[in-house]
Design a protein around this ligand. Structure first.
Ligand code: FMN
Length: 191
């Protein structure tokens, strides 16, 4: 796939079809790509928990918050939920605070999924304590982000954001198409 198309098509997906399911092996193959991305001082403090299978996915789902800007939408309905997840964890013994590494691996995971035809969403609004307890994660690992995956079940379009708006918010139209305004090139380039 053309690189620009891959990037532009890799959107935050929040409604998924239930088939096809990205199996554990495929999820692990995305982690295999992500683990080889740049890392500050090449310390590589990140670890990953792959969550797959209907039962484990259902254990994780209640700890996630979806689309804060869509006030009237309670999140994906039962038949719209992600069918696989990767938790990005940081070994606090190697890196105490969140660094740039998390963002790099998270996006690599999204791109890898998209290249294989799957949609994804990065989630930082998560119940960390609840997830730690549910999955029995050790104290030394901090949960940085959750990546949700599945077959894309919604239409998403990019559009130009209004110049000067403080926080261009995403929204859904009457046809349930999800719109994502992005600041224009002229508004992000500094002369
Ligand atoms: C660090 C980070 C954390 C995010 N956390 C959440 C989240 O908890 N829940 C959610 O629905 N979306 C989350 N998102 C997705 C953003 O809302 C999304 O990137 C934004 O609306 C722009 O859409 P786009 O990814 O299609 O460009 C997160 C994105 C990033 C980069």
């Amino acid at each position: 796939m053309d690189f620009a198309k891959l990037v532009l098509d890799t959107r935050s997906v929040r409604r998924f079809k239930q088939e096809p399911v990205p199996g554990r092996e495929l999820l692990e193959s995305w982690v295999d790509i992500a683990r080889q991305t740049p890392s500050a001082a090449n310390r590589q403090p990140l670890r990953y928990l792959v969550v797959s299978g209907a039962e484990d996915c259902a254990r994780l789902f209640p700890s996630l918050y979806w689309a804060a800007a869509l006030k009237d939408w309670p999140g994906p309905a039962e038949d719209e939920r992600p069918t696989g997840y990767v938790l990005v964890l940081r070994d606090q013994r190697l890196a105490k605070t969140r660094e740039h590494d998390e963002g790099i691996v998270a996006y690599a995971l999204q791109l890898a999924a998209r290249a294989d035809g799957f949609g994804s969403c990065m989630l930082g609004a998560i119940e960390r304590k609840q997830i730690r307890e549910e999955f029995g994660l050790p104290e030394w690992c901090e949960i940085s982000l959750v990546l949700a995956f599945g077959a894309q079940g919604e239409s998403i379009v990019l559009e130009d954001a209004e110049t000067g708006v403080a926080s261009p918010s995403y929204y859904r139209d009457a046809q349930s198409v999800h719109h994502v305004p992005k600041r224009r090139l002229k508004d992000v380039l500094i002369d």
